[in-house]
Ligand binder design. Structure first.
Ligand SMILES: [Zn+2]
Length: 292
């Protein structure tokens, strides 16, 4: 299965990522609806990583134009007060819009968005908060399937049903889990194992290698530096890497030259794609990677 992933992502200004086949939107920064136009109508589930304004300010227009029946559903880190505040405001501001469900979630929450496909929330350390307080989340898209054990492959459907009826389904089949897409949200690079084994990793990379830059723009919230992300990618198993959330201070040329140097230094063999500051990138995985 290939995925049509489109995104806009520039630190401080706006971030959103749409996975068309999954009817999924991750983050809803300014311009998401005007960027996606009619495609925004297909979105059923919206997962917001944290309450920074560049990740949620596109919600009013997105909801106003797209609310219908039970969709879209808005998921957010449950201890962020900004989301209930916006929901209350929108009920008054747009009373003609049908009620949208806003659901607070936490580290470890799993939400099924399609048959066999679920989104799992993971705590990250972008916003300083005690353990048990949920303000900033990363998201993993997982595919879970039950697979028949090899010794039962030759049985007929009726035989399998009968055995499962007697011995239970775990006797004849086992569960497989594939991490098809991961989205880091805003986060420092910390625990590599979070992303190990993901097929498509979408990771923030706010700063090029410069400690000074990180001081000026991050206002106490923690971000990733490009060299840290590339080093991590070199040590874990990932099939494709999409870099997002660069600071607008960097030009395309700055990003490309830093990135190409790091890709060669760390001997990165997988395709690496970039969502450059100020540009919507459509169907990212069909575009040219920086390195191949
Ligand atoms: Zn951000």
């Amino acid at each position: 299965m290939s995925y049509n992933i489109s995104a806009y992502s520039t630190a401080l200004f706006s971030t959103w990522v749409n996975v068309e086949e999954l009817n999924l939107l991750i983050d809803a920064g300014d311009g998401v609806t005007s960027g996606l136009l009619q495609k925004s109508r297909k979105i059923k589930n919206v997962f917001i990583t944290h309450p920074d304004r560049d990740h949620l300010n596109g919600l009013p227009q997105f909801i106003q134009l797209n609310a219908r029946g039970e969709f879209p559903k808005i998921y957010y880190p449950k201890n962020s007060g900004s989301f209930p505040a916006m929901n209350n405001f929108l009920k008054q501001f747009d009373p003609h819009v049908s009620a949208t469900e806003w659901i607070g979630i936490e580290d470890g929450s799993e939400i099924e968005i399609k048959k066999n496909i679920l989104v799992k929330a993971l705590r990250n350390e972008h916003i300083k908060a005690p353990i048990g307080v949920h303000k900033s989340l990363s998201y993993k898209v997982l595919e879970r399937k039950r697979k028949l054990k090899p010794e039962f492959l030759s049985k007929t459907g009726a035989e399998i049903k009968e055995i499962a009826g007697i011995k239970g389904r775990d006797f004849i089949s086992s569960q497989t889990e594939t991490n098809i897409i991961s989205f880091s949200g805003d986060t420092p690079v910390d625990d590599y194992s979070k992303w190990d084994g993901t097929k498509i990793l979408i990771h923030e990379s706010t700063f090029l290698k410069n400690e000074g830059d990180a001081q000026i723009e991050s206002r106490g919230n923690k971000h990733s530096r490009l060299d840290q992300v590339i080093k991590m990618a070199s040590e874990i198993s990932v099939e494709q890497l999409i870099l997002t959330h660069f600071s607008s201070r960097y030009s395309k040329a700055d990003i490309n030259s830093s990135l190409r140097r790091l890709i060669s230094e760390y001997n990165i063999q997988i395709p690496v794609y970039v969502v450059y500051p100020g540009e919507i990138k459509r169907d990212i995985l069909k575009s040219d990677p920086v390195n191949l």
